[in-house]
Design a protein around this ligand. Structure first.
Ligand code: PLP
Length: 451
């Protein structure tokens, strides 16, 4: 981290905050970079550095920073009615209207919404609802969940246990291995030499099927997957993979949970990626991030009518769905999400992504000419760049090189995200082609400095 002026915020942060993903061996000395303001594609730190936000805050600021009408909508809703409890038969206008809007935008019969405070809680809710669903059907043993290596599903207890990235779980206990199982990630870059994409896809589907057989189909409730793995390294699956995994779920009467926390709301040029890009219809779809573009926390677990109808049968003990979050359907968050969607529609942001996204992917391919770049991959405005010691062996570069490249980009006024040996780019969706070039040039320049 660049040396920061020791403002009151810098000191207070260092002395009082327990940051996610902090290296405590250096934190007390180096502290944090304090970001003080933001507008459009840029953020400004406490030293006045204006930085191009190549990571959209954290894959979430889809409509860009500092929109006045978002602030006005939030203020208006606070003044009208900032909160009232959502339990039982009580509701509010923004939560109801957002529910209808999500049902309109979501594919198929994903017509029912359980609101949460973000992506992790939405995944937790999905798992609880899956269990509730099979209990309602009298299938009390059908509870195991299959996730994937390298998946990222969040930081709450269940979501972190679903997660398959080893580094995010180090030092923590997790929920029993007997309950959550992981199959291989679908990562074309690491498919075995000599295999076609189709061979690799066959292998992954066979592995999944065999794992279900091994666990017993009567015991396995659901599969959870991101359409493109995000934090796991922007891992793109082979053609047909999701559809075929979904077909296996159908075969064994399992539910398919699509974690679209990153991919929904335009990052791949669609409201949701599952159906539009990958031709499968999830039973449950989880979203957050771009739903409110990071102006306020919000997550949503969307349920198909088929799942809803079973959950809504008043058979359970007590006769009610006893899963209540104080901030379910928070009126201010839901009003912000409605305005965020309205802006995306009014400005044709999805169409813009369909144009600028392929441009970013294409221009980033030039990075492959650099000796330590092993792979450049992604789709639309999700981009991953793998740093390797050797292109032949694909051995990861290690030695904190990712962090060095991050610093080199920062020096050039561009923020990208180092995740181990991978650089990740996920900018606001309003990015221009010139700004795409700026990001690619910064990564290239930082790598050349390192070489
Ligand atoms: N699912 C995916 C695919 C994510 O990328 C994330 C966060 O990055 C989450 C879930 C967790 O969301 P949150 O951090 O809002 O709890």
């Amino acid at each position: 981290m660049t040396a920061q002026t020791k403002t009151d915020a810098w000191t207070a942060d260092r002395d009082h905050l327990l940051h996610p993903y902090t290296d405590f061996s250096t934190f007390r000395e180096e502290g944090s970079q304090v970001i003080e303001s933001a507008s459009g594609m840029h953020v400004i730190d406490s030293e006045g550095n204006k930085l191009l936000d190549g990571i959209g805050g954290l894959w979430c600021v889809n409509i860009g920073h500092g929109r006045k009408e978002m602030a006005e909508t939030i203020a208006e809703q606070v003044m009208k009615m900032q909160y009232y409890n959502p339990f039982g038969h009580s509701t509010n206008v923004p939560a109801s209207m957002l529910g209808a809007k999500l049902a309109e935008l979501a594919p198929g019969d994903l017509n029912h919404v359980y609101y949460t405070c973000g992506g992790s809680t939405a995944n937790d809710a999905a798992i609880r609802l899956v269990h509730f669903y099979f209990d309602q059907l009298g299938q009390h043993r059908k509870k195991k969940i299959i996730s994937r290596a390298n998946a990222y599903h969040g930081a709450t207890y269940v979501a972190a246990s679903l997660t398959g990235i080893h580094g995010t779980k180090m030092g923590f206990d997790r929920i029993g291995e007997d309950f959550i199982h992981h199959v291989s990630a679908a990562n074309l870059y690491e498919k075995p030499d000599g295999w076609s994409d189709a061979d690799y896809c066959d292998y992954l589907v066979r592995e999944f099927d065999a794992r279900i057989q091994q666990l017993g189909p009567d015991n396995v409730a659901a599969f959870i997957a991101e359409p493109i793995m995000g934090a796991g390294g922007v891992l793109v699956a082979p053609d047909g993979y999701h559809r075929r995994m979904w077909e296996v779920c159908q075969k064994y009467d399992m539910l398919y949970i699509a974690d679209e926390v990153v991919t929904a709301f335009g990052r791949l040029g669609e409201w949701f990626a599952s159906d539009a890009l990958y031709d499968y219809q999830p039973d449950i779809m989880v979203c957050a991030k771009g739903l409110s573009s990071g102006y306020i926390p919000l997550g949503a677990t969307l349920l198909s009518t088929r799942v809803y109808d079973v959950i809504a049968q008043p058979q359970c003990e007590g006769g009610v769905l006893s899963m209540g979050l104080t901030y379910f359907g928070h009126p201010v968050a839901c009003a912000a999400a409605l305005k965020n969607i309205e802006i995306m529609e009014r400005e044709n942001i999805l169409e813009h992504v369909r144009e600028v996204g392929p441009y970013l992917q294409e221009s980033a391919k030039s990075l492959m000419n650099l000796p330590i770049v092993g792979d450049v991959r992604g789709s639309h405005l999700m981009l991953g760049v793998d740093l390797v010691k050797d292109k032949g062996t694909k051995e990861a570069i290690g030695d904190g090189v990712g962090e060095k490249i991050f610093q080199g980009c920062l020096k050039r006024g561009v923020i990208v995200r180092p995740v181990g040996d991978r650089m990740i780019v996920s900018p606001p969706l309003i990015i221009s082609k010139e700004e795409c070039d700026e990001i690619v040039a910064a990564i290239s320049g930082a790598i050349k400095d390192y070489l």
